[in-house]
Design a protein around this ligand. Structure first.
Ligand SMILES: [Zn+2]
Length: 895
């Protein structure tokens, strides 16, 4: 769950409108003049003494080979006389470099190729000083295709070779020499030579096709000014389909043979596009918008200007996708389209503001899905729930922090999406939806075709809302963690005070960004500026009041007759709170007074408080079980509760009491299990199906329910052979339940079915459920299979977690990893995330073994140390929480 989602959720970037090549050049010059004030002494950045204005890249690509060659011409403005041209180049062989003054083209200066810095900056020194002026820099180079899904990478599907690009982050430099920084937004023109028979698509429309012998040259229109990350091209013998209801040319490209799987996507893309565009006052800023379904893609998606990439599984859905798959896919499409404005039209100044790209895209995508697909109840997917849980680990870093290298960008992780989205929800709720939209629109208008930073957005929101919000943004984005609000009553007074939420008393030295004004700040000084919307509940009324907590504590007067104070109206708060006991009790007994989102947020708050012993796990569990007996309960909430109980076996309940715990749960859910009909009926909604699937997984996977296991065993062969009529959520649960209750013979069938099917979603489900078999021998066999070369690189790393969800298998899992380190490292991508396979562990001996094992990996893998620390801290937190809660839970189980 955590690690897989963490990685699967990582999405990437994308684009805008070209008036003309000339005007875009003009923009770049303007851009330079504003950049000149920024600091130029940082050795991880290029200086502003040499500014790119436009770039032509010509490549000769034969997908049958392992490498390629290319030339590039970059128009640059030298603003300060220099003897050394610097730009980025990584793993490229540069064979020549010359520079000409634009006004004196006869005078050519040959450059030597000097050293490359640790930040991939290559030096091209000259003998004579180059005076100020506009120049053309031309380079010839050779490179290799990658097989890791990065840079320019090759994928082979059914004996056909394809080439795709992935430049985010800091990877364009590994494909051609470039000024590979987000603040250099310039027009690019691509000319791609490929053997006849191959098609090339890129960000802009093709303007020419030149034929010579066995080769074709695809010439594309120059792009609008864009940054390198969102430049892209794909080469292959693609199938394609027009996307209907689009106002601009738009096609979906797939690898040969996959057209039948495009039905779901093309039915919805047009609607989503229209809804996203209608939010802005600026029309879609580019000439076309194509999409590509990329097999075995290492990202979920990437917002290249005019050419969005999606991981195949996320855009090519089956005929009966689950509610989860639908929401994920639709939101991903909306997120990438939203990037055309957030990220592409307005681009972060530097990587430290990646959240500006990601959080806004995520925020708008969520809105759009809620708006046009009400049947999916996406309003109950609260972004803060997941982020608060990740953000409370003690060594977590701020969302906005120094970024120097690719490893720094890669380490930014899910909070850049989720926490940023939650922060935007909170401020939107505080200033009002219309005012917030006005601010966003005026910000996009001012910075279109340019770059922006946090301060630029704050300026707009402060002007439109007439509120001082700098402290709000800075306290939530430049500090890690979040506040714990304590509410105390004293007669008719309410005292609200804040302190950092922390699960132990350890000094939290890493939590504060290394900004100057924070340098001497100690963790105990941490405070936040928090907008709160409070609901005062009386017996028959609700009074709401908006409050801005900008100091340690504030005092309010409580209206007459108030029975309970609920400090998270509409469930947008990025904080935790402790209520007076009487208030908490009133809410518990009158839970229907809260709306559905508030119910979820309140439950989650209570669950979180168990980690610091401010609530008992046993109490929270009994509230959840009581809620489940209410038949009018929203299906999505019921599904979440069932899933939480299922997950508790992984990361909370000790093996020693798990049987007792199962009996207790079975007792409380017996009515539901007796009445549920596992076979589907026509009347079921998609939400009913999701609930039933979560029940099946819990009953058959954890509670040894005979009916559930029997149903799963009767159906799994149909699922494996694609004959089943069950929807994807049920098929998925069926496979997991069978795996948890079967032996080697059945495992063999799973493996064969995995190799046989070409359906990428089914493949993914089978591979995951193979991790749910419970015998040690099968776990070994599963891991050997993962690293056998039969599974694509990007599908391997996080799948090591599934056996380790089972506490009884954890020792075996860590032993396997320790012995097979070299074999594993050879086969996985994003190696720094590997320790996350133990994120859900909760035992001291496992924690020690995990540290021992991975400490030998640290020196080889940048960024792994930090990930290991997070995992270590998360396990410690779970152990502490378990210790605090276990005796009370045991008492409860006996009742
Ligand atoms: Zn994104």
């Amino acid at each position: 769950m955590i690690a897989a989602l963490l990685r699967k959720n990582r999405m990437n970037k994308s684009n805008y409108n070209s008036d003309s090549f000339l005007s875009t050049l003009f923009f770049s010059v303007l851009l330079f003049s504003t950049n000149a004030i920024s600091v130029s002494t940082e050795n991880f950045k290029l200086s502003n003494d040499i500014v790119p204005l436009s770039q032509i890249v010509e490549l000769k690509l034969n997908p049958e080979l392992d490498g390629y060659s290319g030339t590039t011409t970059i128009e640059i403005n030298i603003t300060k006389a220099t003897q050394n041209i610097k730009l980025y180049s990584k793993n490229l062989l540069i064979s020549s470099a010359i520079i000409k003054n634009k006004n004196n083209k006869n005078k050519t200066t040959l450059l030597t190729v000097g050293s490359t810095s640790q930040y991939d900056i290559i030096s091209l020194p000259t003998k004579n000083t180059l005076p100020k002026g506009i120049y053309q820099l031309s380079l010839s180079f050779d490179g290799k295709y990658s097989d890791t899904g990065n840079g320019l990478f090759k994928v082979t599907e059914k004996n056909n070779n394809y080439l795709f690009t992935q430049f985010q982050a800091m990877l364009a430099r590994s494909v051609f020499p470039s000024f590979d920084q987000p603040n250099f937004k310039i027009p690019f023109q691509l000319k791609v030579n490929v053997p006849k028979g191959y098609l090339v698509v890129s960000n802009t429309p093709q303007i020419q096709l030149i034929s010579h012998n066995d080769w074709h040259t695809f010439v594309f229109e120059p792009t609008a000014p864009i940054y390198t990350d969102v430049l892209a091209f794909s080469v292959g013998k693609f199938d394609s389909v027009d996307i209907p209801e689009m106002k601009i040319p738009s096609k979906l490209y797939v690898v040969k043979g996959k057209l039948p799987q495009t039905t779901y996507a093309i039915k919805h893309i047009g609607k989503i596009f229209k809804e996203v565009e209608s939010f802005f006052t600026i029309e879609y800023p580019y000439k076309k918008l194509d999409m590509v379904a990329v097999p075995n893609y290492s990202n979920a998606a990437m917002e290249h200007v005019g050419l969005i990439y999606f991981k195949e599984d996320f855009i090519l859905l089956d005929d009966t996708p689950s509610i989860r798959q639908q929401k994920y896919s639709l939101k991903l499409i909306a997120h990438e389209i939203a990037h055309m404005w957030f990220g592409n039209l307005v681009t972060m100044q530097w990587w430290n503001d990646l959240w500006l790209n990601e959080s806004f895209a995520e925020w708008l995508a969520h809105k759009v899905v809620i708006q046009i697909f009400p049947e999916l109840s996406a309003e109950l997917d609260l972004p803060q729930i997941r982020s608060l849980s990740d953000d409370n680990v003690n060594n977590q870093l701020p969302v906005r922090r120094t970024v120097k290298s690719k490893a720094d960008v890669d380490s930014l992780g899910g909070l850049v999406y989720g926490k940023g989205n939650a922060i935007l929800n909170m401020v939107e709720h505080y200033v009002g939806e219309d005012i917030f939209r006005q601010a966003v629109i005026s910000y996009v208008l001012e910075y279109r075709n340019k770059n922006a930073s946090l301060q630029d957005f704050v300026k707009h929101i402060e002007i439109t809302s007439k509120k001082d919000l700098e402290g709000f943004f800075s306290s939530f984005l430049e500090q890690a963690g979040f506040p714990l609000l304590s509410l105390q009553r004293n007669n008719d007074k309410l005292l609200i005070s804040q302190s950092p939420f922390k699960t132990n008393n350890q000094v939290l030295t890493q939590r504060i960004e290394q900004k100057n004004h924070n340098k001497n700040k100690k963790p105990q000084d941490m405070s936040w500026q928090v907008p709160l919307m409070i609901k005062f509940l009386t017996d028959d009324n609700i009074i709401t009041r908006s409050v801005f907590l900008n100091k340690e504590s504030i005092e309010l007067t409580i209206p007459k007759g108030v029975k309970a104070i609920f400090p998270d109206a509409n469930a947008v708060g990025y904080y935790r709170y402790i209520l007076p006991d009487e208030d908490e009790k009133f809410i518990k007994n009158n839970i229907t007074r809260l709306n559905d989102a508030e119910k979820l947020a309140w439950l989650n708050n209570n669950e979180h408080l168990t980690k610091i012993a401010k609530r008992a796990y046993a109490d929270v569990l009994s509230v959840k079980l009581a809620l489940l007996s209410d038949l009018s309960l929203n299906k999505k909430i019921a599904t979440d509760i069932i899933r939480d109980i299922d997950y508790s076996y992984t990361d909370f309940i000790p093996e020693a009491i798990s049987e007792e715990y199962s009996r207790y749960i079975t007792r409380h859910l017996s009515v539901i299990f007796k009445t549920v009909k596992w076979n589907s009926s026509k009347k079921e909604t998609i939400a009913d199906k999701a609930l039933k699937a979560s029940l099946l997984a819990l009953a058959g996977g954890r509670l040894a329910d005979k009916g559930a296991i029997k149903f799963a065993k009767a159906n799994y062969q149909d699922v494996l052979s694609e004959q089943s009529s069950l929807d994807s959520s049920m098929s998925n649960a069926v496979l997991k339940v069978v795996a948890a209750n079967s032996n080697e013979d059945v495992y063999q069938l799973f493996e064969l079915a995995y190799l046989r099917t070409t359906n990428s979603n089914l493949k993914s489900d089978i591979l995951t459920s193979m991790g749910y078999f419970t015998s040690l021998d099968i776990v070994t066999r599963y891991y050997n299979f993962l690293v056998s070369g039969k599974v694509p690189t990007d599908e391997i790393g996080y799948r090591f977690q599934y056996p380790s969800f089972n506490p009884a298998l954890r020792h075996h899992v860590i032993d396997y990893i320790a012995v097979n380190k070299d074999k594993i490292l050879k086969h996985i991508n994003q190696k720094q995330w590997f320790p996350y396979n133990f994120y859900t562990s909760c035992e001291e001996d496992i924690r020690i073994k995990v540290n021992q094992t991975f400490s030998t990996w640290i020196k080889d893998i940048p960024g792994l140390k930090e990930k290991l620390n997070t995992v270590d801290e998360t396990i410690k937190q779970c152990i502490r929480s378990r210790t605090k809660n276990i005796s009370q839970l045991q008492e409860q189980l006996l009742k």
